[in-house]
Design a protein around this ligand. Structure first.
Ligand SMILES: Nc1ncnc2c1ncn2[C@@H]1O[C@H](COP(=O)(O)OP(=O)(O)OP(=O)(O)O)[C@@H](O)[C@H]1O
Ligand SMILES: [Mg+2]
Length: 449
Protein backbone atom coordinates (compact mmCIF):
# COMPACT_ATOMS: atom_id res chain seq x y z
CA UNK A 1 0.00 0.00 0.00
CA UNK A 2 1.43 3.39 -0.90
CA UNK A 3 1.91 5.94 1.83
CA UNK A 4 0.12 8.73 0.04
CA UNK A 5 -3.34 9.57 1.25
CA UNK A 6 -6.06 12.10 0.61
CA UNK A 7 -7.94 14.07 3.24
CA UNK A 8 -11.08 15.80 1.99
CA UNK A 9 -12.52 17.99 4.71
CA UNK A 10 -14.08 21.46 4.69
CA UNK A 11 -12.63 22.34 8.08
CA UNK A 12 -9.18 23.80 7.42
CA UNK A 13 -8.01 23.48 11.04
CA UNK A 14 -8.90 19.84 11.23
CA UNK A 15 -7.38 19.19 7.82
CA UNK A 16 -4.08 20.79 8.74
CA UNK A 17 -3.80 19.21 12.17
CA UNK A 18 -4.70 15.77 10.88
CA UNK A 19 -2.24 16.21 7.98
CA UNK A 20 0.55 17.11 10.38
CA UNK A 21 -0.28 14.19 12.59
CA UNK A 22 -0.33 11.70 9.70
CA UNK A 23 2.82 13.13 8.16
CA UNK A 24 4.58 12.37 11.44
CA UNK A 25 3.22 8.83 11.13
CA UNK A 26 5.04 8.60 7.79
CA UNK A 27 2.27 9.39 5.31
CA UNK A 28 2.42 11.84 2.43
CA UNK A 29 -0.82 13.75 2.65
CA UNK A 30 -2.79 15.67 0.03
CA UNK A 31 -5.51 17.89 1.40
CA UNK A 32 -8.67 19.08 -0.35
CA UNK A 33 -11.20 21.50 1.07
CA UNK A 34 -14.14 20.51 -1.10
CA UNK A 35 -15.69 17.84 -3.33
CA UNK A 36 -14.45 19.31 -6.58
CA UNK A 37 -10.85 19.79 -5.48
CA UNK A 38 -10.79 16.34 -3.87
CA UNK A 39 -11.92 14.64 -7.08
CA UNK A 40 -9.30 16.47 -9.12
CA UNK A 41 -6.52 15.64 -6.69
CA UNK A 42 -7.65 12.06 -6.50
CA UNK A 43 -7.61 11.66 -10.29
CA UNK A 44 -3.97 12.79 -10.34
CA UNK A 45 -2.64 10.44 -7.67
CA UNK A 46 -5.19 7.63 -7.39
CA UNK A 47 -4.41 7.29 -3.66
CA UNK A 48 -4.85 3.94 -1.94
CA UNK A 49 -6.36 5.66 1.11
CA UNK A 50 -8.80 8.53 1.52
CA UNK A 51 -10.37 10.15 4.58
CA UNK A 52 -13.50 11.94 3.47
CA UNK A 53 -15.90 14.18 5.35
CA UNK A 54 -19.52 13.43 4.42
CA UNK A 55 -20.68 17.05 4.76
CA UNK A 56 -18.33 18.67 2.23
CA UNK A 57 -19.17 22.34 1.51
CA UNK A 58 -20.02 21.74 -2.15
CA UNK A 59 -21.25 18.17 -2.21
CA UNK A 60 -21.86 14.85 -0.60
CA UNK A 61 -18.79 12.96 0.66
CA UNK A 62 -20.56 9.65 0.13
CA UNK A 63 -21.00 10.46 -3.53
CA UNK A 64 -17.32 11.43 -3.70
CA UNK A 65 -16.36 8.13 -2.08
CA UNK A 66 -18.43 6.24 -4.59
CA UNK A 67 -16.86 8.15 -7.51
CA UNK A 68 -13.32 7.45 -6.39
CA UNK A 69 -14.19 3.79 -5.86
CA UNK A 70 -15.05 3.66 -9.56
CA UNK A 71 -11.70 5.23 -10.40
CA UNK A 72 -9.83 2.81 -8.15
CA UNK A 73 -11.83 -0.13 -6.82
CA UNK A 74 -9.01 -0.98 -4.40
CA UNK A 75 -9.09 2.36 -2.56
CA UNK A 76 -9.70 2.15 1.19
CA UNK A 77 -12.00 4.87 2.49
CA UNK A 78 -12.69 6.23 5.94
CA UNK A 79 -15.78 8.46 6.09
CA UNK A 80 -16.15 11.06 8.83
CA UNK A 81 -19.30 12.88 9.87
CA UNK A 82 -20.54 15.42 12.39
CA UNK A 83 -24.14 14.33 11.88
CA UNK A 84 -24.28 10.56 12.19
CA UNK A 85 -27.52 9.01 11.03
CA UNK A 86 -28.71 5.55 10.17
CA UNK A 87 -29.41 6.54 6.60
CA UNK A 88 -25.85 7.82 5.95
CA UNK A 89 -24.38 4.79 7.73
CA UNK A 90 -26.42 2.51 5.49
CA UNK A 91 -25.29 4.38 2.39
CA UNK A 92 -21.69 4.06 3.55
CA UNK A 93 -22.10 0.31 3.99
CA UNK A 94 -23.66 0.05 0.57
CA UNK A 95 -20.65 1.56 -1.19
CA UNK A 96 -18.40 -0.60 1.00
CA UNK A 97 -16.27 2.00 2.76
CA UNK A 98 -13.79 0.58 5.23
CA UNK A 99 -14.62 2.73 8.26
CA UNK A 100 -17.07 5.37 9.50
CA UNK A 101 -15.93 7.77 12.23
CA UNK A 102 -18.03 10.26 14.14
CA UNK A 103 -16.64 13.74 14.78
CA UNK A 104 -15.06 14.88 16.96
CA UNK A 105 -12.63 11.99 16.94
CA UNK A 106 -9.16 11.74 18.42
CA UNK A 107 -6.44 11.28 15.85
CA UNK A 108 -5.48 8.01 17.44
CA UNK A 109 -8.76 6.55 16.19
CA UNK A 110 -7.69 7.35 12.63
CA UNK A 111 -4.28 5.80 13.26
CA UNK A 112 -5.84 2.59 14.60
CA UNK A 113 -8.22 2.49 11.67
CA UNK A 114 -5.36 2.99 9.19
CA UNK A 115 -3.23 0.27 10.70
CA UNK A 116 -6.16 -2.13 10.49
CA UNK A 117 -6.46 -1.24 6.82
CA UNK A 118 -2.81 -1.95 6.09
CA UNK A 119 -3.07 -5.38 7.71
CA UNK A 120 -6.11 -5.99 5.53
CA UNK A 121 -4.24 -4.81 2.48
CA UNK A 122 -1.24 -7.05 3.16
CA UNK A 123 -3.56 -10.05 3.36
CA UNK A 124 -5.14 -9.07 0.04
CA UNK A 125 -1.70 -8.70 -1.54
CA UNK A 126 -0.77 -12.23 -0.47
CA UNK A 127 -3.93 -13.59 -2.04
CA UNK A 128 -3.28 -11.63 -5.19
CA UNK A 129 0.15 -13.22 -5.69
CA UNK A 130 -1.54 -16.36 -7.03
CA UNK A 131 -2.58 -14.65 -10.21
CA UNK A 132 -0.40 -11.56 -10.26
CA UNK A 133 2.23 -13.33 -12.33
CA UNK A 134 -0.16 -13.53 -15.24
CA UNK A 135 -1.08 -9.92 -14.89
CA UNK A 136 2.61 -8.97 -14.92
CA UNK A 137 3.28 -11.07 -17.96
CA UNK A 138 0.62 -9.24 -19.91
CA UNK A 139 2.00 -5.82 -19.15
CA UNK A 140 5.47 -7.21 -19.86
CA UNK A 141 5.15 -6.57 -23.57
CA UNK A 142 5.83 -2.99 -22.54
CA UNK A 143 9.51 -2.86 -21.73
CA UNK A 144 10.80 -0.38 -19.18
CA UNK A 145 12.17 -0.19 -15.69
CA UNK A 146 12.33 3.55 -15.17
CA UNK A 147 10.37 5.00 -12.27
CA UNK A 148 8.13 6.83 -14.74
CA UNK A 149 7.13 3.63 -16.53
CA UNK A 150 6.64 1.72 -13.29
CA UNK A 151 4.31 4.45 -12.07
CA UNK A 152 2.35 4.13 -15.30
CA UNK A 153 2.07 0.35 -14.78
CA UNK A 154 0.69 0.96 -11.30
CA UNK A 155 -1.86 3.41 -12.63
CA UNK A 156 -2.88 1.07 -15.42
CA UNK A 157 -3.48 -1.74 -12.95
CA UNK A 158 -5.70 0.54 -10.90
CA UNK A 159 -7.77 1.95 -13.72
CA UNK A 160 -7.96 -1.05 -16.05
CA UNK A 161 -11.07 -2.54 -14.50
CA UNK A 162 -13.01 0.69 -14.19
CA UNK A 163 -15.32 2.13 -16.83
CA UNK A 164 -13.36 5.40 -16.84
CA UNK A 165 -12.27 7.02 -20.09
CA UNK A 166 -8.55 7.62 -20.43
CA UNK A 167 -6.55 10.20 -22.37
CA UNK A 168 -2.98 9.23 -23.27
CA UNK A 169 -0.56 12.05 -23.93
CA UNK A 170 2.90 11.66 -25.35
CA UNK A 171 5.24 12.49 -28.18
CA UNK A 172 5.21 10.37 -31.30
CA UNK A 173 6.53 6.84 -30.81
CA UNK A 174 6.34 6.86 -27.01
CA UNK A 175 4.00 3.86 -26.99
CA UNK A 176 0.54 5.41 -26.70
CA UNK A 177 -1.11 2.64 -28.68
CA UNK A 178 0.80 -0.02 -26.77
CA UNK A 179 -0.40 1.41 -23.46
CA UNK A 180 -3.96 1.64 -24.75
CA UNK A 181 -3.81 -2.07 -25.62
CA UNK A 182 -2.30 -2.85 -22.22
CA UNK A 183 -5.23 -1.15 -20.50
CA UNK A 184 -7.68 -3.12 -22.61
CA UNK A 185 -5.81 -6.40 -22.05
CA UNK A 186 -5.75 -5.87 -18.29
CA UNK A 187 -9.48 -5.14 -18.13
CA UNK A 188 -12.55 -7.31 -17.99
CA UNK A 189 -13.21 -6.22 -21.58
CA UNK A 190 -10.18 -8.11 -22.88
CA UNK A 191 -12.21 -10.85 -24.56
CA UNK A 192 -14.19 -8.20 -26.44
CA UNK A 193 -12.88 -6.12 -29.36
CA UNK A 194 -10.18 -3.47 -29.14
CA UNK A 195 -10.95 -1.17 -32.04
CA UNK A 196 -8.32 1.41 -32.98
CA UNK A 197 -9.46 4.35 -35.08
CA UNK A 198 -7.06 6.93 -36.43
CA UNK A 199 -9.01 10.19 -36.48
CA UNK A 200 -6.42 11.92 -38.66
CA UNK A 201 -6.30 9.40 -41.46
CA UNK A 202 -9.76 9.76 -42.99
CA UNK A 203 -11.71 12.68 -44.45
CA UNK A 204 -14.66 13.88 -42.35
CA UNK A 205 -17.51 12.07 -44.16
CA UNK A 206 -15.66 8.75 -44.37
CA UNK A 207 -14.68 8.92 -40.74
CA UNK A 208 -18.30 9.46 -39.81
CA UNK A 209 -19.54 6.44 -41.75
CA UNK A 210 -16.65 4.34 -40.42
CA UNK A 211 -17.54 5.27 -36.83
CA UNK A 212 -21.31 5.10 -36.99
CA UNK A 213 -21.98 2.81 -39.95
CA UNK A 214 -24.90 3.32 -42.32
CA UNK A 215 -28.03 1.67 -43.61
CA UNK A 216 -28.76 0.71 -47.19
CA UNK A 217 -29.72 3.78 -49.22
CA UNK A 218 -28.34 6.30 -46.71
CA UNK A 219 -26.38 7.88 -49.55
CA UNK A 220 -25.46 7.06 -53.15
CA UNK A 221 -23.26 4.01 -53.07
CA UNK A 222 -24.69 2.66 -49.81
CA UNK A 223 -25.90 -0.56 -51.40
CA UNK A 224 -26.17 -2.51 -48.16
CA UNK A 225 -26.10 -1.92 -44.41
CA UNK A 226 -22.67 -1.50 -42.85
CA UNK A 227 -21.90 -1.74 -39.15
CA UNK A 228 -19.87 1.14 -37.73
CA UNK A 229 -16.71 0.58 -35.71
CA UNK A 230 -18.41 1.88 -32.56
CA UNK A 231 -21.00 -0.86 -32.90
CA UNK A 232 -18.38 -3.50 -33.65
CA UNK A 233 -16.54 -2.43 -30.49
CA UNK A 234 -19.62 -2.96 -28.28
CA UNK A 235 -18.60 -4.18 -24.78
CA UNK A 236 -14.96 -3.58 -25.69
CA UNK A 237 -12.57 -0.65 -25.94
CA UNK A 238 -12.42 2.08 -28.59
CA UNK A 239 -9.01 3.63 -29.14
CA UNK A 240 -9.33 7.06 -30.73
CA UNK A 241 -5.85 7.84 -31.97
CA UNK A 242 -4.91 11.43 -32.83
CA UNK A 243 -8.12 12.65 -31.24
CA UNK A 244 -6.90 16.24 -31.65
CA UNK A 245 -7.59 15.92 -35.38
CA UNK A 246 -11.24 14.95 -35.20
CA UNK A 247 -13.38 17.54 -37.04
CA UNK A 248 -15.70 19.73 -34.96
CA UNK A 249 -18.90 18.38 -36.50
CA UNK A 250 -17.93 14.84 -35.53
CA UNK A 251 -16.95 15.99 -32.05
CA UNK A 252 -20.59 16.87 -31.40
CA UNK A 253 -21.70 13.43 -32.58
CA UNK A 254 -19.09 11.67 -30.52
CA UNK A 255 -20.12 13.64 -27.46
CA UNK A 256 -23.64 12.34 -27.91
CA UNK A 257 -22.35 8.75 -27.93
CA UNK A 258 -20.48 9.39 -24.70
CA UNK A 259 -23.45 11.01 -23.03
CA UNK A 260 -26.29 8.79 -24.22
CA UNK A 261 -24.30 5.58 -24.73
CA UNK A 262 -26.06 4.95 -27.99
CA UNK A 263 -25.27 5.23 -31.67
CA UNK A 264 -27.37 5.86 -34.73
CA UNK A 265 -26.08 4.66 -38.11
CA UNK A 266 -26.24 7.19 -40.97
CA UNK A 267 -29.68 7.21 -42.56
CA UNK A 268 -31.26 5.28 -39.71
CA UNK A 269 -33.89 6.54 -37.28
CA UNK A 270 -33.19 3.81 -34.77
CA UNK A 271 -30.52 4.19 -32.09
CA UNK A 272 -28.65 1.25 -30.64
CA UNK A 273 -27.31 1.02 -27.09
CA UNK A 274 -23.57 0.46 -26.81
CA UNK A 275 -21.27 -0.18 -23.86
CA UNK A 276 -17.88 1.30 -24.69
CA UNK A 277 -14.75 2.42 -22.96
CA UNK A 278 -12.90 5.18 -24.74
CA UNK A 279 -9.16 5.56 -24.69
CA UNK A 280 -7.96 8.54 -26.70
CA UNK A 281 -4.46 9.61 -27.61
CA UNK A 282 -2.81 12.72 -28.93
CA UNK A 283 0.56 14.39 -29.21
CA UNK A 284 -1.11 17.78 -29.56
CA UNK A 285 -1.86 20.28 -26.82
CA UNK A 286 -5.61 19.72 -26.41
CA UNK A 287 -6.02 22.46 -23.83
CA UNK A 288 -4.63 24.92 -26.35
CA UNK A 289 -7.00 23.49 -29.00
CA UNK A 290 -9.91 24.01 -26.57
CA UNK A 291 -8.82 27.62 -26.05
CA UNK A 292 -8.64 28.16 -29.81
CA UNK A 293 -12.13 26.73 -30.26
CA UNK A 294 -10.85 23.77 -32.29
CA UNK A 295 -11.75 21.18 -29.69
CA UNK A 296 -14.99 21.09 -27.69
CA UNK A 297 -14.45 21.61 -24.00
CA UNK A 298 -17.32 19.28 -23.02
CA UNK A 299 -15.87 16.49 -25.14
CA UNK A 300 -12.43 17.13 -23.68
CA UNK A 301 -13.78 16.60 -20.15
CA UNK A 302 -15.71 13.49 -21.13
CA UNK A 303 -12.69 11.84 -22.74
CA UNK A 304 -10.18 13.08 -20.23
CA UNK A 305 -11.39 11.63 -16.95
CA UNK A 306 -7.92 10.26 -16.34
CA UNK A 307 -4.82 11.48 -18.13
CA UNK A 308 -1.75 9.35 -18.46
CA UNK A 309 1.33 11.16 -19.74
CA UNK A 310 3.90 8.90 -21.33
CA UNK A 311 7.34 10.41 -20.94
CA UNK A 312 9.66 10.74 -23.94
CA UNK A 313 12.47 8.19 -24.20
CA UNK A 314 15.20 10.75 -23.42
CA UNK A 315 13.66 11.21 -19.98
CA UNK A 316 13.52 7.54 -19.14
CA UNK A 317 17.16 7.05 -18.10
CA UNK A 318 18.33 3.44 -18.35
CA UNK A 319 15.27 2.41 -20.36
CA UNK A 320 17.26 3.39 -23.46
CA UNK A 321 19.72 0.59 -22.74
CA UNK A 322 17.09 -1.90 -21.66
CA UNK A 323 15.02 -1.28 -24.77
CA UNK A 324 18.08 -1.35 -27.04
CA UNK A 325 19.00 -4.80 -25.68
CA UNK A 326 15.39 -5.94 -26.03
CA UNK A 327 15.24 -4.90 -29.69
CA UNK A 328 18.72 -6.33 -30.34
CA UNK A 329 17.58 -9.77 -29.14
CA UNK A 330 14.29 -9.51 -31.00
CA UNK A 331 15.86 -8.65 -34.36
CA UNK A 332 18.77 -11.06 -33.90
CA UNK A 333 16.33 -13.94 -33.50
CA UNK A 334 14.35 -12.72 -36.49
CA UNK A 335 17.45 -12.49 -38.69
CA UNK A 336 19.03 -15.68 -37.39
CA UNK A 337 22.08 -13.89 -35.97
CA UNK A 338 23.88 -14.35 -32.66
CA UNK A 339 24.26 -11.01 -30.95
CA UNK A 340 25.28 -10.67 -27.37
CA UNK A 341 26.30 -7.14 -26.52
CA UNK A 342 26.22 -3.49 -27.31
CA UNK A 343 29.67 -1.91 -27.15
CA UNK A 344 29.91 0.74 -24.40
CA UNK A 345 30.86 3.41 -26.97
CA UNK A 346 27.79 2.58 -29.02
CA UNK A 347 25.68 2.73 -25.87
CA UNK A 348 27.10 6.13 -25.05
CA UNK A 349 25.99 7.39 -28.46
CA UNK A 350 22.52 5.98 -27.84
CA UNK A 351 22.35 7.80 -24.52
CA UNK A 352 23.43 11.05 -26.14
CA UNK A 353 20.87 11.02 -28.93
CA UNK A 354 17.67 12.98 -28.12
CA UNK A 355 15.32 10.45 -29.76
CA UNK A 356 12.71 12.76 -31.25
CA UNK A 357 10.99 9.65 -32.68
CA UNK A 358 11.21 7.90 -29.31
CA UNK A 359 10.89 4.10 -29.07
CA UNK A 360 9.89 3.74 -32.70
CA UNK A 361 13.11 5.49 -33.73
CA UNK A 362 15.22 3.38 -31.34
CA UNK A 363 13.62 0.23 -32.69
CA UNK A 364 14.49 1.24 -36.29
CA UNK A 365 18.04 2.18 -35.34
CA UNK A 366 18.65 -1.15 -33.62
CA UNK A 367 17.09 -3.08 -36.49
CA UNK A 368 19.54 -1.42 -38.88
CA UNK A 369 22.43 -2.03 -36.51
CA UNK A 370 21.58 -5.74 -36.30
CA UNK A 371 21.59 -5.89 -40.11
CA UNK A 372 25.04 -4.26 -40.35
CA UNK A 373 26.63 -5.93 -37.33
CA UNK A 374 29.31 -8.46 -38.28
CA UNK A 375 30.36 -9.67 -34.85
CA UNK A 376 28.41 -10.52 -31.71
CA UNK A 377 28.61 -6.92 -30.51
CA UNK A 378 26.89 -3.82 -31.86
CA UNK A 379 29.67 -1.29 -32.52
CA UNK A 380 29.38 2.50 -33.02
CA UNK A 381 29.93 2.03 -36.75
CA UNK A 382 26.86 -0.22 -36.96
CA UNK A 383 24.70 2.75 -35.96
CA UNK A 384 23.29 5.22 -38.50
CA UNK A 385 25.60 8.09 -39.34
CA UNK A 386 23.44 10.77 -37.74
CA UNK A 387 23.80 9.00 -34.41
CA UNK A 388 27.50 8.17 -34.81
CA UNK A 389 28.51 11.73 -35.57
CA UNK A 390 25.72 14.27 -35.28
CA UNK A 391 28.30 17.04 -35.99
CA UNK A 392 28.94 15.71 -39.50
CA UNK A 393 25.26 15.50 -40.12
CA UNK A 394 24.94 19.14 -39.21
CA UNK A 395 27.80 20.10 -41.49
CA UNK A 396 25.71 18.93 -44.37
CA UNK A 397 22.89 21.13 -43.21
CA UNK A 398 25.19 24.11 -43.68
CA UNK A 399 25.01 23.56 -47.41
CA UNK A 400 21.39 24.72 -47.29
CA UNK A 401 20.92 28.45 -48.15
CA UNK A 402 21.90 31.02 -45.52
CA UNK A 403 18.44 31.92 -44.32
CA UNK A 404 17.46 28.39 -43.49
CA UNK A 405 20.66 27.82 -41.53
CA UNK A 406 19.51 30.57 -39.18
CA UNK A 407 16.16 28.84 -38.80
CA UNK A 408 17.83 25.50 -38.45
CA UNK A 409 20.26 26.74 -35.79
CA UNK A 410 17.44 28.28 -33.80
CA UNK A 411 15.42 25.10 -33.94
CA UNK A 412 18.47 23.05 -33.10
CA UNK A 413 19.16 25.09 -29.96
CA UNK A 414 15.55 24.92 -28.83
CA UNK A 415 15.38 21.22 -29.43
CA UNK A 416 18.64 20.04 -27.97
CA UNK A 417 19.55 22.55 -25.28
CA UNK A 418 18.07 20.44 -22.53
CA UNK A 419 20.12 17.43 -23.58
CA UNK A 420 23.56 18.78 -24.45
CA UNK A 421 25.91 21.08 -22.54
CA UNK A 422 26.65 24.58 -23.85
CA UNK A 423 30.06 23.38 -25.04
CA UNK A 424 28.61 20.38 -26.89
CA UNK A 425 25.86 22.47 -28.49
CA UNK A 426 28.40 25.03 -29.73
CA UNK A 427 30.68 22.30 -31.04
CA UNK A 428 27.88 20.57 -32.89
CA UNK A 429 26.80 23.82 -34.45
CA UNK A 430 30.42 24.56 -35.32
CA UNK A 431 30.37 27.93 -33.51
CA UNK A 432 32.06 29.33 -30.39
CA UNK A 433 30.25 29.46 -27.07
CA UNK A 434 30.27 33.24 -27.37
CA UNK A 435 28.54 33.02 -30.75
CA UNK A 436 25.99 30.66 -29.22
CA UNK A 437 25.39 33.16 -26.43
CA UNK A 438 24.90 35.95 -28.98
CA UNK A 439 22.41 33.89 -30.92
CA UNK A 440 20.44 33.13 -27.78
CA UNK A 441 20.35 36.82 -26.99
CA UNK A 442 19.26 37.75 -30.51
CA UNK A 443 16.42 35.22 -30.52
CA UNK A 444 15.51 35.67 -26.85
CA UNK A 445 16.14 32.02 -25.98
CA UNK A 446 16.98 31.72 -22.30
CA UNK A 447 19.50 29.09 -21.23
CA UNK A 448 17.68 26.01 -20.09
CA UNK A 449 18.67 24.91 -16.61
N1 LIG B 1 7.92 0.37 -23.73
C1 LIG B 1 7.95 -0.26 -24.90
N2 LIG B 1 8.44 -1.50 -24.98
C2 LIG B 1 8.51 -2.13 -26.17
N3 LIG B 1 8.10 -1.62 -27.33
C3 LIG B 1 7.61 -0.37 -27.31
C4 LIG B 1 7.49 0.36 -26.10
N4 LIG B 1 6.94 1.55 -26.36
C5 LIG B 1 6.74 1.58 -27.69
N5 LIG B 1 7.12 0.43 -28.26
C6 LIG B 1 7.08 0.10 -29.70
O1 LIG B 1 7.38 1.32 -30.40
C7 LIG B 1 6.53 1.49 -31.52
C8 LIG B 1 5.74 2.78 -31.37
O2 LIG B 1 4.77 2.63 -30.35
P1 LIG B 1 3.26 3.19 -30.52
O3 LIG B 1 2.78 2.96 -31.91
O4 LIG B 1 2.46 2.62 -29.42
O5 LIG B 1 3.57 4.73 -30.30
P2 LIG B 1 2.58 5.99 -30.39
O6 LIG B 1 2.82 6.80 -29.19
O7 LIG B 1 1.19 5.50 -30.64
O8 LIG B 1 3.15 6.75 -31.64
P3 LIG B 1 2.40 7.81 -32.66
O9 LIG B 1 2.12 9.05 -31.86
O10 LIG B 1 3.41 8.06 -33.69
O11 LIG B 1 1.17 7.13 -33.13
C9 LIG B 1 5.67 0.25 -31.59
O12 LIG B 1 6.28 -0.67 -32.45
C10 LIG B 1 5.68 -0.28 -30.17
O13 LIG B 1 5.49 -1.66 -30.14
MG1 LIG C 1 -0.04 5.80 -32.32
Amino acid sequence: MSDRLLIADGNSNLRENLSNYLQKEGFTVDGASNFHQALNTYASYLHDLAIIEIELPDGDGIELASKIKTLNPKVKIILTTSYPSISTALKAIKIKVEDYLIKPFVFDEIRVSLSKLSVLHEKEEKQEKVYSFKEKEEILSIIGESVEIKLLFEKIKKIANTPTNVLLLGETGTGKELFARAIHESSYRKKKPFVAINCASLPENLLESELFGFIKGAFTGATSDKKGLLEIADCGTVFLDEIGDIPLSLQAKLLRVLEDREIRPLGSVISKKVDLRFISATNKDLIEAVKEGKFREDLFFRLNVITLSIPPLRERGRDIEILAYHFMRKFAIKMGKTLKKIDPRALKLLYKHPWPGNIRELQNVIEQAVVFCESDTIMPEDLPEYIQSPEKFLDRAKEIPVLSIEEYTKEFILKYQSIYTEQELAEMLGITRKALWEKRKKWGIPRSS
